[in-house]
Design a protein around this ligand. Sequence first.
Ligand code: BGC
Length: 489
Amino acid sequence: MDAGFLFGTSTAAFQVEGGIHGADWWQWTQVPLDGGRCTKIMDCDDPDNGPDDWDLVAQDIEAAKAIGTNAYRFSIEWSRIEPTEGVYDPTAIAHYHALLAAAREAGLTPMVTLDHDTLPLWLHGVAPGKSGASEADWVGGWRGLPGETPGSDARIVQAFGKFAGDMAKEFGGDVDLWLTLNEPMIVAAMGYALGTFPPGASMHLTDARNAVVNEAYANAAAYDAIHENDVVAARPGEEPALVGIAKSMPVFVPDPSSDPALAATAAAQMEHIFNWLFLDAIVDGNLDSHFDGSYSHPQDPEGEGTAIAALAARADFIGVNYYTVESVMPVVGGLPDAQGSSLVLPGILGGPADPTASFSDPPADEEIYPKGMRDTLLAVAGKFPQLPIYVTENGVADASDTKRAKFIVSHVQAMQQAMTEGADVRGYFHWSLIDNFEWTYGFAARYGLYHVDYSSPSKTRVLTRGAQAYQAVIAAQGVTPTLSARWGQ
Ligand code: BGC
């Protein structure tokens, strides 16, 4: 690897810190709010019983250093920093300054995510007196407020731009690499189509569309605000601020048991909607707000067909979160919008693309497909040749620690292959440094390079075999044939 290549790990505040009670996700874990048994999280796992990185952050930075990494991606929790609109909490700000100082001391280049899937309650929460069990109980969020037009004037867009600018000013002296949003399409899909993230709506495609529009405008607002306010380079000779998003990019293939031609079309449409639509908006200003694969819909309110200058050129790099391959089963006529618009989804996710493949642990059950890393990086590089790429996440749920070493070696190898073929990849961040609260799966899915003993009072971190493999890869600055033979089994 070139000098300057970043080998790092990734975490997100809500998943590792504990004690975050001012976020929509906290309420989601407590639904129903009338005191009944929780309904949204597997085994009712409570994020407060997690790895307690809030208190153990110094130890976790040391753990990241011990693997040999030179970078660390983490998120600052908006709801901690701004628990009430317009009021910043000095304790939270001091905590993240301390984290950044520890990272600097450990030789870790920080990459900071401003919003990793959670929102403060003053922007998204359950209405007073409601249980939160129904999506209609939730107010605000990325879909916006009732009667609000999605776009630059939406309250959430304005609030995020303001927060991003203030954070850039506050932390810019220590940070050069910023991510505005983590996985905007996942947040929209899970929240409004699949119902597994707050507010839990099913097939509300109009809401999902509005969320995507707001997220694209929020990205632009944050991008501009960061560049305006972070004018100090933390790393001598580097740009003071490079701003991107972390984009979930699964490979979509036709479901092998479906009609091949229909499945191929549905897979291509799904790839367009899920993988490219958002990137097209923030790079080229093309916003396909009808999810129809064209940028020239006749009745488009956002100006489809002409690039939207207010959205375009708002990414300095692309962050790719790559995990898996998904097969798409076509649905003739498409899956309709429960809210009655003409929006449709082309199909549903089918069974394994390759039943003989290895899979991550249940309940994640992700098909392990290293070639997809190469293909995805080359596709991103081919579409946006002007932009460098960071792999901002890649990992595997593997409680028994039997798959992680091979997973890392094979995926880094595939990344190297893509680089040899021309992709400008500047870094690789493994998800995750430690086991953590995996959203709806609670603690059931273990992605950590360090296994966390949740039952021990000190939440002991135990180095995995996977971490040893990663350590060896970093020491060799890539996967060599020897390393592949040693760890790739
Ligand atoms: C998310 C992480 C998550 C990981 C593993 C990504 O989609 O950004 O927050 O924990 O996948 O499921």
